[in-house]
Write a protein that binds this ligand. Structure first.
Ligand code: AMP
Ligand code: MG
Length: 319
């Protein structure tokens, strides 16, 4: 029977070849990654890339992350340096994006990089998407599969909720394991974190054996993920609250908050990984419940907590 989710497909041989055919013809598909679901198209085809911007209603000054299977094809497109190789060896495939210099000879669509001289590069760690990347001879431009500034999707049905039948193929890869977007690390000059993620500053510093900077002190907006009002459920959100009236939703963390019908706990065990995984699912759930305001309890600002607080502040329009 056809339903509104008839574009969600199981990953099997038949649907793999359908997806490959689709991508080779410059069409767009929804794919799972370990961070969030992505809207994927051929990064070498400006036709595909235009479709992505149009579907997302994304401003064309906001570049897309380009996804590769491994280093083999990367050498054609970007200037690779030692710092990158050290981090690649340790973290990839994984939830980290590197900003690097684009080669003059690169075939990546200019639009995908918003005409910048740099490229954002990632190697996603999801079996399905890696199988697809291995079989195509172009990298995938793949931003998160949501309308610009909205909450990122963490399941195939979230993607269907965002785009309905405007995309014909969404591959079901269950709930994203990490649940928030990749760490974005600028390697074009001195290493600098433009967007925090589960690969924390401390972890990167340990591998590089040196201190690195954080984006928020950087005045130039290099990564539009740094814009105000990103990742937003579009309901007023108030942070660092201890309690809340019954009319509002209350997002909590840990055991110290009283359970009630309007409380939504990110992680009763105070586990920041679990909290990250639950964050966007809760945003969507609360939005569907028609609450007028969301209050949020304090989340520890250490390690992954830095990334969670970053998304909360942006959702609240405070950053
Ligand atoms: P999303 O499209 O939601 O996965 O977010 C991608 C993030 O990576 C956005 O914040 C982009 O601005 C950022 N990004 C991608 N490419 C570049 C680049 N060349 N320079 C700076 N930021 C980039
Ligand atoms: Mg996004």
């Amino acid at each position: 029977m056809k339903n509104i989710y008839s574009n969600i497909l199981k990953f099997n041989k038949k649907n793999l070849s359908k997806t490959l055919k689709y991508l080779r013809r410059s069409n767009i598909v929804g794919l799972p990654t370990e961070t969030v679901y992505g809207l994927a198209g051929n990064a070498y085809s400006s036709k595909s890339v235009k479709k992505i911007y149009n579907l997302k209603k994304r401003p064309r000054i906001n570049p897309l992350i380009i996804h590769y299977y491994d280093l083999t094809k990367l050498y054609n497109d970007v200037e690779i340096n030692e710092t990158f190789l050290k981090l690649y060896k340790y973290f990839c495939p994984g939830p980290i994006t590197f900003i690097m210099k684009k080669k003059k000879s690169s075939k990546i669509s200019k639009l995908a990089c918003a005409n910048l001289k740099t490229v954002g590069v990632r190697f996603p760690n999801n079996k399905i998407t890696r199988k697809i990347l291995k079989r195509i001879d172009f990298p995938l431009a793949m931003p998160s599969a949501n309308k610009a500034n909205a909450v990122s999707p963490v399941t195939a049905s979230d993607v269907a909720d965002e785009f309905g039948k405007d995309i014909k193929i969404i591959i079901d890869g269950r709930k994203s394991k990490i649940g928030i977007e990749s760490t974005v690390l600028d390697l074009n000059k001195k290493p600098n974190i433009l967007r925090p993620g589960v690969i924390s500053r401390e972890k990167i510093e340990k591998i590089l054996k040196k201190r690195i900077m954080n984006s928020n002190i950087n005045k130039n907006i290099k990564s539009p993920g740094m814009f105000k009002k990103h990742y937003s459920p579009n309901i007023p959100m108030i942070l660092n609250k201890k309690k809340v009236s019954k009319n509002h939703a209350f997002i909590t963390f840990g055991k110290r908050y009283k359970k009630s019908i309007n409380t939504y706990n990110l992680s009763e065990n105070s586990n920041l990984y679990e909290a990250a995984r639950n964050l966007y699912k809760l945003f969507r759930k609360i939005k569907k419940m028609n609450y007028k305001k969301i209050y949020v309890a304090k989340i520890p600002n250490k390690g992954i907590g830095v990334a969670i607080n970053d998304r909360l502040k942006r959702a609240a329009g405070k950053k």
